[in-house]
Design a protein around this ligand. Structure first.
Ligand SMILES: [Zn+2]
Length: 387
């Protein structure tokens, strides 16, 4: 057996999962590295010394408990993720040749159940102490079933999580860690963006500049017109912020001869203290907004108005709906760097649950799929999660 294994390695095979899907390695992308090193890791490190540390047997480490500042709340990081359980899931380890390329997933996996959940070393799966209330969401993914898990679903789920934590764990400082998916990072319709702004104020006699969005009814669903198309409406973009935190309206105020009219990028920049002459002499944007690389920028001679405004701190760090929703209730949101799912410990929990799942009797019935998935998730021991 050992000789056969050595020979397989020699011939370029590795014992691993069949490669599948389109795998993109973005670990080395500059923007990803910068975010990981200057935003994500410092945020995680900030709570060092404020978290509970666990021993191998799943009990709290006494020494680190004694070192913790008793006047500071314990920080609990709840990692979020979504995964799929498929009815025909089976063992997937085999000899894979080094040259083998991933192929897209076959569509023969049978019924699929999506699970979205939070996990932490302190609480395990996020739920009330007696397990009767849980932040877990089950979802039959796909069109014509429950639809897709979108930003509204994630907001509903995190609300449930905050309700549980408020009620049962109010003395800790809870943080939610999400992956960097666009559904999670969605911004509100009126969020700041310099993308489509004109340099000058909206001309007299024309409808003032704003943001178009889909009109929704009281149920949050889009409204359709008689022609069957969704109805759009134009709204004002939200206020920007000066560096001192004061709001800056993008529209002329009441009492101004052009009250309510969009100011234009030049006026917005001048109000921020940029030199009037410099701004007025500047072009609206570089062709196609393809500005010269930042290494070639001269702060005295910026390339265009749009780039200047685009780089203003309040335009750079527009919070997502998810962040605003959680911050309003005192919860912090942290996004994992892109392409770094290995930094999310929930992956190991899914892995453990799925190993258990594959041992259960196969069934194509949806009721079995759901029961088996839940049983598998509950089979993950808290001591393992803490490890
Ligand atoms: Zn430019």
């Amino acid at each position: 057996m050992r000789m056969a294994q050595i020979w397989m390695h020699h011939l370029g095979y590795r014992w691993k999962k069949s490669p599948r899907g389109q795998y993109v390695d973005g670990h080395k992308r500059d923007d990803v590295r910068e975010y990981r090193d200057t935003v994500y890791l410092p945020k995680i490190a900030e709570a060092d010394g404020c978290r509970r540390v666990w021993n191998r047997d799943g009990k709290e480490d006494e020494e680190s408990r004694a070192r913790r500042n008793p006047n500071e709340p314990v920080v609990v990081d709840h990692y979020h993720d979504e995964t799929h359980f498929t009815a025909n899931d089976r063992r997937d380890l085999r000899w894979v040749h080094d040259d083998e390329k991933p192929v897209p997933r076959a569509k023969t996996e049978g019924a699929t159940l999506m699970v979205a959940d939070f996990v932490s070393a302190d609480c395990g799966w996020l739920c009330s102490p007696d397990g009767s209330l849980s932040a877990r969401v089950l979802f039959k993914a796909g069109i014509a079933r429950d639809g897709w898990f979108d930003n509204n679903d994630i907001i509903r789920q995190v609300t449930l999580a905050m309700d549980i934590l408020d009620e049962f764990y109010p003395h800790e400082r809870h943080r939610f860690i999400f992956d960097n998916a666009t559904t999670h990072r969605k911004r509100s319709d009126d969020a700041l963006s310099a993308r489509n702004m004109s340099k000058k104020p909206t001309q007299a006699g024309k409808a003032t500049w704003g943001v178009w969005r889909t009109k929704t009814g009281p149920d949050g669903k889009p409204i359709y017109g008689p022609n069957g198309k969704v109805v759009k409406e134009k709204i004002r973009m939200a206020d920007a912020r000066f560096s001192n935190g004061e709001p800056q309206s993008l529209y002329f105020p009441e009492g101004h001869p052009r009250a309510g009219v969009f100011k234009g990028m030049a006026q917005i920049l001048i109000e921020r203290g940029f030199n009037e002459q410099l701004i007025n002499g500047l072009r609206t944007e570089c062709k196609g907004f393809k500005c010269p690389p930042s290494s070639q920028w001269d702060p005295e001679h910026p390339c265009c108005c749009r780039r200047l405004l685009y780089n203003e701190p309040d335009f750079v760090s527009v919070p997502s709906i998810l962040e605003m929703h959680c911050q309003a209730r005192g919860y912090e949101v942290i996004f994992l760097p892109k392409f770094h799912c290995e930094l999310n410990p929930i992956e190991q929990c899914w892995g453990r649950a799925k190993r258990y799942y594959r041992e259960l009797p196969p069934s194509s019935k949806e009721a079995d799929l759901e029961r088996n998935a839940l049983e598998s998730l509950d089979s993950v021991p808290l001591e393992s999660i803490r490890r």
